[in-house]
Design a protein around this ligand. Structure first.
Ligand SMILES: Nc1ccn([C@H]2C[C@H](O)[C@@H](COP(=O)(O)OP(=O)(O)OP(=O)(O)O)O2)c(=O)n1
Length: 122
C-alpha cells in the first residue's frame, strides 16, 4: 500500500490498522525490523513515557484542556503522546496481538468489574 508522507490536510479518523501498516513500512524500508524486538520496543516505549512525564514534571496540577499552555507546549505534548502510541502499536504488532480488539475486550471486562451504580464516586 502506498502512503503519503505528508501530514493530512484535513482531519480524519486514524485507525490502529493504518498506524500499524505505516510503522511496519517505516521500519522495513530502513532495515530496522531486526532491532524491533518486543523487548527493544518495550524499552523504547518506557523511554518515551519518561519524556512524556517530563512535560508535566514540576508543573503542579494541570487543568483539563491545558488552557494556559502555549501552542509550542501543546505541540510538544502531541509529539510525546504520539511516540508512546507508535511504540505501543509496534510492540503489539511484533507480539502478534490485535491491539484494537484487545482494548475493546478490556473495556468490556472493565465494565463488568466496575458496574455503573449511579453514584459518581469513582
Ligand atoms: N528504531 C526506531 C527509532 C525511532 N522510531 C520512531 C518511533 C518514535 O515515534 C520516534 C522516536 O524517535 P527518537 O528516538 O528520535 O525520539 P524523539 O523523537 O523523542 O527524539 P528526542 O529523544 O531527541 O526528543 O521514531 C522507530 O519507530 N524505531
Amino acid at each position: 500500500m502506498e502512503y503519503s508522507s505528508e501530514f493530512p490536510t484535513t482531519p480524519k479518523d486514524v485507525s490502529l490498522q493504518e498506524l500499524r501498516e505505516r510503522l511496519a513500512e517505516f521500519a522495513e524500508v530502513r532495515g530496522w525490523e531486526q532491532y524491533h524486538s518486543p523487548r527493544n520496543l518495550l524499552l523504547a516505549l518506557v523511554g518515551e513515557v519518561g519524556e512524556l512525564s517530563e512535560i508535566f514534571q514540576w508543573k503542579g496540577e494541570v487543568a483539563r484542556g491545558l488552557p494556559n499552555w502555549s501552542s509550542d507546549d501543546k505541540e510538544h505534548l502531541g509529539e510525546e503522546l504520539s511516540d508512546v502510541l507508535l511504540y505501543l502499536v509496534q510492540l503489539a504488532d511484533v507480539c502478534g496481538l490485535d491491539l484494537g480488539q484487545a482494548a475493546l475486550a478490556k473495556i468490556v471486562k472493565n465494565g463488568k468489574k466496575y458496574p455503573v451504580t449511579n453514584q459518581k464516586e469513582n
